[in-house]
Design a protein around this ligand. Structure first.
Ligand SMILES: [Zn+2]
Length: 87
């Protein structure tokens, strides 16, 4: 499994049930890959934030972090939009 595939599955796991094959592939990849482990942690952290903070506050956090890579920005944007729509 590539990192691209792994991060895609990590994101998708929020929206759909992964197949057992995907889950195992992902689990294995995360064990051997530090970058995807970090990504997974960030996703979990974001989810926690989203459950507790207002989208406005999250937008401020997002705007202040210039070190984020473009895919991460897109990811956060998507999460923020979803949070905003949910309110
Ligand atoms: Zn990886």
């Amino acid at each position: 499994m590539t990192c691209k595939h792994a991060t895609l599955l990590l994101s998708e796991s929020e929206e759909r049930q992964l197949s057992s094959r995907e889950r195992w592939g992902l689990r294995f990849h995360v064990v051997i890959c530090a970058a995807c482990r970090r990504f997974k942690k960030q996703l979990q952290f974001l989810r926690l934030l989203l459950s507790q903070a207002s989208p406005k506050m999250l937008a401020a956090v997002y705007a202040s972090d210039a070190s984020l890579s473009e895919p991460r920005r897109q990811e956060i944007k998507t999460l923020l939009r979803r949070a905003a729509e949910g309110q």
